[in-house]
Ligand binder design. Structure first.
Ligand code: NDP
Ligand code: 2IT
Length: 444
């Protein structure tokens, strides 16, 4: 049995209770097999894979807070510091009732390779809590965030571990977290990214994941002799990534016909009304069903369903495992050209393989959604030099990074004779840099 297969087999036994982490690990290790095979003896001797799949540390803690009725409530907080071979741990904080150790570990593992692909000096980490910000008052969210940071501050820092947003964590939450860190630590430092623009945030960070997704998608299509203009695009989700994916897709001349949230989805044959979407989600924090009061001709359906709509390009931007085998079949039957992941691991392994086998251009999240964390790293640079760059400057750097990521993963896939397999290309290119840094730094 190869070294890679050996590690995977033992991980399947050891982490049987962590399905999302196993899924992420399977996808990565399977595509790394040819790379590992080339250096099998050295990697095995150095226990490189064993060291790669076990986080540097996992911090789990109690988060007590008081609700508006005066009752004490308790959630579980997590920070997984996975790998800092190439830079300080970097990755978001997810606040959602579905959060558990498996989810945070899968996200932290993916983040190692994603952050490596950005070409910037950031290691991999992720955190969060099973706290649900939905329906909570601002005061309750503040109470939770302050309690969360009252524990987390011991483990993070501008040169150590720099968290950011993710599902359920936006500008409001980052503000409360930053305030509490500063109070406890005393330093005004870039310990978090996605900060407000008045206290060290970067212009274009809010837009970065969605914009970056579209910059990469445009480059992908260009490489295959096509362009976004005139294409019909289907988007899932209606959060930070989805909103700015819709915005950039429209700017590039595509027609976006769907968005969704965890209750249901909107089909608007005339193209999504971006101003309405922003007002519903960014201002009112309401359900996507409200879209109908802005656009009566749109259709709202409960449950999931965006992948049943005929499109050229599909952009899953909500959550993991939201695009399954049957969805992939529906997309292929409707003639989809490209699927690029705005979310982390939204496509199951079976669905991914089906799309690839049917000639669909498929780019995984660790490459396609890396624009968010890349711009976070640009925020860190601005904080370090105590300067703020213009929107145009950050956006131009983001675009260069996304085009670079696409070329890099394309070249890596070709180097291993897997032309067009961007899953393999992303895993290989992301891994090579981290592995090299780990080997150079010795067994630690
Ligand atoms: P938001 O919280 O802003 O939005 C999440 C969206 O996805 C909402 O519309 C939400 O609906 C929907 N959603 C969340 N969970 C579920 C679920 N279990 N089932 C169905 N729908 C769900 O998060 P982001 O936009 O920031 O994140 C979206 C995805 O992108 C995540 O996978 C995240 O990890 C990834 N990502 C985010 C980056 C960032 O910079 N923010 C960077 C790179 C990746 P509802 O409101 O009803 O819950
Ligand atoms: O999944 C991700 O890359 C993010 N949620 C963004 C992380 C970051 O540090 O900006």
């Amino acid at each position: 049995m190869s070294y890679t297969k050996e590690i995977l087999a033992s991980a399947e036994r050891q982490y049987a209770d962590q399905p999302e982490f196993l899924q992420a690990m399977r996808e990565v290790l399977e595509s790394l097999e040819p790379v590992i095979a080339k250096n099998e003896e050295e990697y095995k001797k150095e226990a490189l894979l064993e060291r790669l799949i076990v986080p540097d540390r996992v911090v789990m803690f109690r988060v007590p807070w008081v609700d508006d009725q005066g009752n004490a409530r308790v959630n579980t907080g997590y920070r997984v510091q996975f790998n800092n071979a190439i830079g300080p741990y970097k990755g978001g904080l997810r606040l959602h009732p579905s959060v558990n150790l498996s989810v945070i570990k899968f996200l932290g593992f993916e983040q190692i390779f994603k952050n490596s692909l950005t070409g910037l000096p950031i290691g991999g980490g992720k955190g969060g809590s099973d706290f649900d910000p939905k329906g909570k008052s601002d005061r309750e969210v503040m109470a939770f965030c302050q309690s969360f940071m009252a524990e987390l501050w011991k483990y993070v820092g501008a040169d150590r571990d720099v968290p950011a947003g993710d599902i359920g964590t936006g500008a409001r939450e980052i503000g409360y977290l930053f305030g509490m860190y500063k109070k406890l630590n005393g330093n005004f430092e870039g310990v978090l990214t996605g900060k407000g623009l008045t206290y060290g945030g970067s212009l274009a960070r809010k837009e970065a994941t969605g914009y970056g997704l579209l910059y990469l998608t445009e480059e992908l299509l260009k490489t295959h002799g096509q362009k976004l203009a005139g294409k019909t695009v289907v988007v899932s989700g209606a959060g930070n990534v989805a909103i700015y994916a819709v915005e950039k897709a429209q700017q590039l001349g595509a027609k976006v016909v769907t968005v969704s949230d965890s209750n249901g989805w909107i089909y608007d044959p005339d193209g999504i009304d971006l101003a309405a979407l922003k007002e519903i989600k960014e201002v009112k924090r309401a359900r996507i069903k409200e879209y109908l009061s802005y656009r009566p001709n749109a259709v709202y359906t409960e449950g999931k369903g965006v992948w049943s709509v005929k499109c050229d390009v599909a952009l899953p931007c909500a959550t993991q495992n939201e695009l399954l085998l049957d969805d992939a079949k529906a997309l292929v039957a409707n003639g989809v050209t490209a699927v690029c992941e705005g979310a982390n691991m939204p496509t199951s392994i079976e669905a991914t393989k089906y799309l690839q086998a049917n000639g669909v251009l498929f780019v995984p999240g660790k490459a396609a959604n890396a624009g968010g964390v890349a711009t976070s790293a640009l925020e860190m640079s601005q904080n370090s030099e105590r300067l703020s760059w213009s929107f145009e400057e950050v956006d131009a750097k983001l675009k260069t990074i996304m085009v670079g990521i696409f070329r890099n993963i394309d070249a890596a896939a070709k180097r291993y004779g897997m032309d067009g397999n961007y899953v393999a290309g992303a895993n290989i290119a992301g891994f090579e840099k981290v592995a090299n840094a780990m080997l150079a730094q010795g067994v630690c």
